[in-house]
Design a protein around this ligand. Structure first.
Ligand SMILES: [Zn+2]
Length: 322
């Protein structure tokens, strides 16, 4: 059994400007009988930070925002020092969306076209379908990074609806046989700024009974959009209470602040410049100009001089001999 929630957000004027109860942790709960676990987060600030750094347009902001929220929720079930990333590749104009989060609540995200203007042929399909249409059909890959072993665990599924929440639920079901509810929401104001973002992930663990499943399913169907609840001031705990109010819940320890964080470095940037290949690197060296590279996640600028590019070339050449 699998639950799906399609949440739809619209870009409209923000009526309620005083958002209280902003929490910056992923809140985690387990039912006393251990058959249901839930995680919820209000992630407005980190999604707005991503939007502001990348000056992203509405559809990419919502798509990346939802993916960031999903990765934060899933990563909260990992262990210390572990990370998880979600990579969506689709046939639509947005092409790809990526987000990465650590167990400790550090998150970053990007799409391949932050300045995507929705093509008119998609816009006629109606605002509500824009994210799914912009992603199109494709694949979702979830990578679980285990720093100790060095070998990441990867799972890929076809996109179910390209609304991201559904696709995560489909992934959990296909890869881990976990029926789940994934509800993600990102709300933007008329200027495209993120005014509410967050989500909830409820997973049914082995031993759950059908009655529990039916109860949660009915509530999810009746529930209001997460982004609207957050706009009203709902906290992560409120989002959980909306769906699990009469369950005996145990709050799990998860005292990590959610932050937008990028770990780019000069070394990583140099490695990525190496992907240009020997021919292009030779051309850059010949020109003798400094190469400006900016990190697409955080906007940090790196300036590489000819000496740096020579170093990159040498490394690429060395590797090509192996
Ligand atoms: Zn960066």
């Amino acid at each position: 059994m699998q639950y799906r929630v399609i949440e739809i957000e619209q870009v409209h004027d923000l009526q309620c400007s005083n958002i209280m109860n902003r929490t910056t942790r992923v809140h985690k709960y387990l039912t006393k009988d251990l058959t249901v676990r839930a995680a919820a987060v209000v992630a407005t600030d980190v999604v707005e930070e991503m939007r502001s750094i990348q000056s992203s347009f509405p559809v990419p902001t919502v798509a990346v925002g939802r993916t960031m929220v999903a990765s934060l929720l899933m990563a909260s079930h990992l262990k210390n020092g572990q990370e998880l990333s979600i990579y969506i590749q689709g046939s639509g104009p947005l092409s790809s969306v990526f987000a990465q989060a650590s167990f400790e609540g550090k998150v970053r995200g990007v799409s391949s076209h932050p300045h995507l203007q929705v093509p008119p042929e998609l816009a006629v399909a109606g605002e509500k379908l824009l994210v799914a249409k912009s992603i199109g059909i494709g694949l979702m890959t979830v990578t679980h990074h285990l720093p100790m072993t060095g070998t990441p665990h990867r799972g890929t599924v076809e996109l179910a609806t390209s609304e991201i929440g559904d696709d995560v639920a489909y992934y959990l079901h296909q890869s881990h046989q976990i029926p789940s509810v994934v509800s993600l929401g990102v709300h933007l104001d008329s200027l495209g700024k993120c005014t509410a973002a967050g989500g909830i992930l409820i997973e049914l663990m082995p031993g759950h009974n059908d009655e529990t499943a039916a109860k949660i399913e009915a509530r999810v169907k009746a529930a209001r959009a997460v982004s609207n609840r957050i706009l009203e001031g709902a906290s992560a705990d409120d989002l959980i209470r909306d769906l699990l109010q009469d369950f005996e819940l145990i709050q799990m320890d998860h005292d990590h602040t959610v932050e937008y964080q990028c770990r780019c470095s000069r070394e990583r940037v140099m490695r990525s410049v190496g992907l240009l290949g020997l021919k292009e690197l030779d051309e850059i060296i010949e020109k003798g100009e400094a190469t400006e590279v900016s990190c697409e996640f955080c906007g940090r600028q790196y300036s590489l001089n000819t000496e740096d590019i020579r170093e990159v070339r040498q490394e690429v050449y060395r590797e090509s001999l192996n």
